[in-house]
Design a protein around this ligand. Structure first.
Ligand code: NAP
Length: 298
């Protein structure tokens, strides 16, 4: 079969085969989807072609090959630099952009895609590269609901594919929010490992106990989300004052062991600010009001 015909029959094209893009292409192939690939330096496509991918001779050919075009490049400026001259080819295509960027960039790219006759989904890969293709790898998308519905099954090859809403900026908003959440948890973990390490506990021994504790923490998130929605903060999980005192002990414990205390100090400062703002006797989810108002209002 001539190469062109091969291309036209692909289900999905992947443009940008770096660390992430090559995993995306591999996941599409693993679920039996005919996949066309293109990368600026051609050698990165070799392993995928050996696994059954179709090599496109150019980015333009990759766009022509499939109704669904996935791009994964370093940043939005690169996406536009590459796709601007090829915009005509995107008419009637669905463009899925899994490049990391800001909500503003997502909105602008969506408008640009619409002006060129393409349906647009912005996306974010939330679980690194190692889990791509497994059900626990979270991929968030936002933008055209029709595009997501049409290509849901193909996108589900990547992992847990969630559509967050029609606003193309939402995926990027969640991306940054979830990144901050993960780092909040990890910062607490690293501090805890240092603290128990000072008492001679191995990181892995602590991690085994810590991961068993996480379902309690995630249950608080669901509960406290409801409290925040109702703007009512019962003290069932302790008051801000009680937690501020406990966090003070954590800071002291760290100091006495000679380890860094930046992490509990940060939380201490937040709880103290909440108490000063009148939430001392409220439940701990009331810190949302302190955070939402920002520092200048307390
Ligand atoms: N890696 C991760 O764990 C991860 C996780 C979540 C999100 N992401 C996001 O995914 C995106 C890609 O990340 P990555 O880790 O895959 O990056 P990467 O490994 O550095 O790959 C970058 C890709 O972009 C291509 N590229 C760079 N400049 C180009 C240009 N001017 N024209 C055409 N192609 C160009 C590169 O092609 P060459 O091979 O020719 O250089 C390469 O294929 C980023 O936005 C990143 O934030 C990555």
């Amino acid at each position: 079969m001539p190469e062109n015909e091969n291309h036209r029959r692909s289900t999905v094209s992947v443009i940008g085969l770096g660390q992430m893009g090559s995993r995306l292409a591999r996941a599409f192939l693993a679920t039996g989807h005919r996949t066309t690939v293109w990368n600026r330096s051609g050698a990165k496509a070799d392993a995928l072609v050996a696994q059954g991918a179709v090599r496109a001779a150019s980015a333009e050919a990759a766009i022509a090959a499939s109704p669904l075009v996935v791009v994964c490049l370093p940043d939005y400026a690169t996406v536009r630099e590459l796709l601007d001259p090829l915009a005509e080819g995107l008419r009637d295509r669905v463009l899925v952009n899994l490049t990391s960027g800001t909500p503003e960039e997502a909105s602008q790219t969506s408008e640009w895609a619409a002006a060129n006759g393409a349906d647009y989904l912005d996306g974010a890969a939330m679980s690194g590269t190692r889990l791509v293709g497994r059900p626990e790898a979270l991929f968030v998308f936002s933008g055209s609901p029709h595009a997501f519905t049409t290509h849901r099954e193909v996108l589900a090859s990547l992992g847990k594919a969630m559509h967050l809403g029609a606003d193309p900026a939402l995926a990027s908003v969640y991306d940054t929010a979830l990144f901050g959440l993960a780092w909040g948890a990890l910062a607490g973990f690293y501090h805890a490992v240092a603290l128990v390490g000072a008492a001679g506990v191995e990181p892995s021994a602590f991690a085994a106990v810590a991961t068993g504790h996480m379902p309690f923490v995630t249950s608080l998130m669901a509960d406290h989300a409801r409290q925040i929605e109702g703007a009512r903060f019962p003290d069932d999980d302790g008051t801000v004052e009680v937690h501020a005192a406990a966090m003070g002990h954590l800071v002291e414990a760290g100091r006495s062991q000679g380890i860094g205390t930046e992490v509990p100090e940060l939380i201490s400062a937040l709880l103290e600010r909440a108490a000063v703002g009148g939430h001392g006797a409220d439940g701990i989810a009331s810190v949302i009001e302190t955070i939402t108002k920002g520092k200048q209002h307390v």
